[in-house]
Write a protein that binds this ligand. Structure first.
Ligand code: ZN
Length: 139
């Protein structure tokens, strides 16, 4: 195993992710990470259009395109996808793995009751999720 890849996820983005996850509870929240060169600068919440939003998430394709075009007009791009696990950890499920695209950062917010949560980042490498260490501040 090599050194874990790292990504900066600033504190305001972490707070926004946790808030979106709590707002959507008990359903899964989901959305996009918008940034530059794959580094997230903004968090955008999208509607969860999954048939069973208590257990799954699906991004609305039209909303996705709107956010992507708006980002591109500002010189930004989609850096990744985020979603929440309303009662659990921040590890990707088998469903998450099968739905994932290579190259993108997948951020998962796990809500754990009493205002506790954890946020972890993952990237698909050779069809398996590999954790990417998320730092709050510039190192
Ligand atoms: Zn999941």
């Amino acid at each position: 195993m090599g050194r874990m890849a790292e990504m900066r996820l600033p504190s305001p983005l972490r707070r926004a992710l946790a808030q979106h996850a709590r707002d959507a509870w008990p359903e899964e929240a989901c959305g996009l990470l918008v940034g530059v060169g794959g580094a997230p600068r903004e968090v955008v919440r999208l509607a969860n259009v999954a048939g069973d939003p208590l257990r799954r998430y699906a991004l609305d394709p039209l909303e996705y395109m709107r956010v992507e075009h708006a980002a591109e007009r500002r010189g930004l791009g989609v850096a990744g996808v985020w979603h929440s696990h309303p009662d659990g950890g921040a590890e990707p499920s088998e469903t998450d793995r099968r739905a994932a695209w290579p190259g993108w950062l997948y951020v998962i917010v796990g809500l754990q009751g009493e205002g506790q949560h954890c946020i972890r980042g993952w990237r698909l490498v050779a069809n398996e999720f590999v954790e990417e260490e998320l730092h709050a501040e510039q190192s």
